[in-house]
Design a protein around this ligand. Sequence first.
Ligand SMILES: C[S@@+](CC[C@H](N)C(=O)[O-])C[C@H]1O[C@@H](n2cnc3c(N)ncnc32)[C@H](O)[C@@H]1O
Length: 198
Amino acid sequence: MPKLLDPWDHHDWSSKDYVSQWAERQDEREVDREEIFHLMAKTLSSDPGVALDILDLGAGYGALAQFLLNHFPNAKAVCQDGSAEMAKLGGKRMEALKGRFKYVLCDFSKPGWSRKIKGSFNAVVSSIAIHNVREPDIIRSIYAETFSLVNPGGYFLNFDRMTPSQEDQLTWLKEAGFANVKCFWDGGRRALLGGYKK
Ligand SMILES: C[S@@+](CC[C@H](N)C(=O)[O-])C[C@H]1O[C@@H](n2cnc3c(N)ncnc32)[C@H](O)[C@@H]1O
């Protein structure tokens, strides 16, 4: 029997209508990932007062950045995304955090994207975004470029779909230069992977 395509597997992140429908649909599920966001925060630091510089890759409307900025009231965030519509929506949804975040628009599937992001970060995080590029070699190169954006002592944590396999992605994180690479949470289809920069 042919596999039915999930219409939500084909995203049009440049469309205002698609982005607002996706965000509305995601709102109903937001509670499901609070536990993972919490685990990410606890992994980054046990001290909520720490002044983290955070980069959220493929931030969308900023669900993860917003969670972390609320958890760490002295933190600041750069929200990177390729979609101007997501950035507009994020600007509205994070109005209450104005001054503590900014958006950078760039496409992380294109080599050299990391140079568009000025600065380096104690915490580079990502949620359900990097798999969108689909090509294993591109995911591998995103991990390699991400390494250059992490401060020594900082973390990269990626909560994402495990396509390609978790094993491959752990290997690419190690190849990129991260230490203590591991799976922090395993939900089967999705997992939280990451590593530390010595
Ligand atoms: C499924 S949404 C997740 C958004 C957000 N991280 C969250 O968890 O709610 C995927 C996001 O990745 C962004 N994205 C997809 N491909 C991208 C690319 N090549 N470069 C930058 N952002 C991209 C989309 O614009 C979208 O905002």
